[in-house]
Ligand binder design. Sequence first.
Ligand SMILES: [Zn+2]
Length: 187
Amino acid sequence: MTPTFAPDLEADRAFMRLALDQAQNAWLLGEVPVGAVIVKDGKVIATGYNRPIGDHDPTAHAEIVAIRQAAHLLGNYRLPECTLYVTLEPCAMCAMALLHARFARVVFGARDPKTGAAGSVVDLFAEPRLNHHCDITPEIEQEACSALLQDFFRARRKEQKRPEESVHDACLSGIEVTELDIEPPLC
Ligand SMILES: [Zn+2]
C-alpha cells in the first residue's frame, strides 16, 4: 500500500527553512519568532507566524494562523492530506487544533521543554484515548530553530537593560519564555 506521504529529509529541511522565514517575520514585529507552513501535494498552501501581541489574540500562534488560512483556502475544516511544519514544538492548544483538523503529519524544529505537547511535557499526538493520530517528525533544522529563539531572547534582554525601557515589556511575550533562555525570565 502506498503511504499517504513519503518522508524526505531534504524536502523536510527545505520546508522548515520556509517556516524559519516566517519566524523572522514574527521577530520583525517584536513577537517571539515561531513560524509555520502547511504543505499539500508538495506545495506550500498556507503560512503563519506567531503574532498574539499585535493581534491581541492569545490563540494567534503560528500553527493556528496557518491552519485558519489553509482551511479557508481549501473550504474544509479538515485537512487530512496536509503536513504542517513549525519551528517550535506545538503547545497543547496547537496540538489539539492539528488533531481536530486531522493533519496527516506534523514536522517541528526545536523542542519546547516548558510547553511542548509532542513529547516534551505531554504527548497529545500519541495519546491512545484521542481518536486521531498524526505522524510526528521532530527536530528538523533543530539547531537553526533553537538558535533563532535564543538570539531573539538574548537581543530582548539586551534591550531591557537599557534604563529608559520598562521592565514590564518583558511580560509582553506571546508564549511562555522557554528553557531556551539562558537567564531566568523577568516575570
Ligand atoms: Zn501553540
